[in-house]
Ligand binder design. Structure first.
Ligand code: HEC
Length: 136
């Protein structure tokens, strides 16, 4: 009986040794710093707390929207249901949070949106979020 237990122990120890040997080799992971978490946009609260500071004007938002968003979401933000979501009248905080999440890689379900958001600065995001909130 003891040989079986000894064998089991040996297997467990060998497994642990293999794991210990592998981890440093793959170099996977370390805990993110608080700044990195903020950068990912993961710290955005439902009430918009944690969004970047600053502001952008609606006029600037109109320019950003026409150049970078209208081709998919439509000139009036109506979208194409089931394909491109409607943005008109969407809450500015929600739009802003989604763009920050796409940009930071937190929302990863659409590579096109991630690529578009990656090119937007905080100010452009605020501006375009305010602009779409006013679309009808
Ligand atoms: C290449 C086409 C394309 C362009 C250009 C584009 N989007 Fe999108 N967008 C999409 C698609 C597709 C989705 C849906 C992603 C998904 O499956 O959830 C989406 C999702 C979104 C969402 C999330 C909607 C929701 O209900 O959660 C927001 C907000 C958004 N886009 C804003 C913008 C803004 C602002 C711009 C311009 C800066 C823009 N998009 C440009 C295709 C596009």
């Amino acid at each position: 009986m003891w040989t079986r237990s000894a064998l089991a122990l040996a297997i467990v120890l060998a497994g642990a040794a293999a794991l210990a040997a592998q981890s440093p080799r793959f170099g996977v992971g370390r805990p993110p710093t608080p700044d990195e978490v903020r950068g990912l946009g993961a710290a955005i609260a439902p009430d918009g707390g944690g969004l970047p500071d600053g502001s952008g004007s609606v006029a600037e938002g109109r320019t950003v929207y026409a150049a970078r968003c209208a081709s998919c979401h439509g000139p009036s933000g109506a979208g194409i249901p089931a394909q491109y979501p409607r943005l008109s009248g969407q809450h500015a905080d929600y739009v802003e949070a989604q763009l920050v999440a796409f940009r930071g890689g937190v929302r990863r379900n659409n590579p096109a949106m991630a690529a578009i958001a990656a090119k937007l600065g905080d100010r452009e995001i605020k501006a375009v979020a305010d602009y779409v909130a006013g679309l009808r």
